[in-house]
Design a protein around this ligand. Structure first.
Ligand code: IMP
Length: 204
């Protein structure tokens, strides 16, 4: 049984990673933990200028307290074409430093009404930075293109899921649900090659 530590306290992300790593966890090869289990762990400031820099900051901080095992950080966000890529790396705090998901969604919808915007193209981006037990770094990236809906719909998922419509769909990710999301999402795409590496490393 190999421990793997996820540098996140975002329950939405942790649930998704649990489902994505389900085969390895279910087979008993891998045991997923998160920093939420470490009451004394203090979250480092996410002051990088890119998804990869921020994912690395998170992973490194956790690696410092969990050396010699697998650790990984994930940084993600929503890049809206008509807003020049915003909220991007600022997605979690778009409406302010302590913003809740629905406040961020409300700000996004408001920003998109400020100029008449026919272009509602957007993409979710996820970058995973993992350190293996020997301390070697591995980087993975995934993207999901889509469109921003006119209003928030659906109750599943987290973050901007209620306003994100994947290609070929009319429903938002929050309406389509987690099983659907985990087949197509940016996080699923970044996780797929990571799983391959873990399988190799664990010989399963
Ligand atoms: P992070 O924890 O700094 O990576 O913040 C990521 C933020 O981007 C989240 O708080 C959400 O606002 C947004 N985000 C990232 N991935 C997703 C997703 O899968 N669905 C909806 N929003 C997401």
């Amino acid at each position: 049984m190999q421990e793997i530590w996820f540098a996140s306290s975002n329950n939405g992300k942790i649930n998704e990673m649990k489902m994505l790593l389900n085969r390895l966890i279910g087979s008993g090869a891998l045991e997923l933990h998160s920093q939420a289990e470490l009451p004394v762990f203090s979250q480092p400031p996410e002051n990088g200028d890119s998804f990869v820099a921020n994912a690395r900051i998170k992973a490194r901080a956790l690696k410092a307290v969990k050396p010699g095992t697998w650790v990984f950080g994930e940084d993600s966000g929503l890049a809206v074409e008509g807003l020049n890529g915003l909220p991007g790396i600022h997605s979690a705090r778009y409406a302010g430093p302590k913003a809740q998901d629905m406040e961020n969604v409300a700000k996004l919808l408001k920003m998109m009404t400020l100029k008449p915007m026919s272009n509602r193209n957007a993409a979710f981006v996820s970058v995973i930075v993992a350190f293996d037990p020997q301390g070697q770094e591995h980087v993975f990236e995934g993207r999901l293109e889509g469109e921003i809906s006119k209003n928030a719909r659906g109750a599943q998922g987290f973050g901007y899921d209620p306003v994100f419509v994947p290609p070929g769909e009319t429903k938002t990710l929050a309406e389509l649900g987690l099983a659907f999301k985990n087949k197509v999402s940016h996080r699923a795409k970044a996780t797929a090659p990571f799983i391959e590496l873990l399988e190799k490393s664990l010989s399963v």
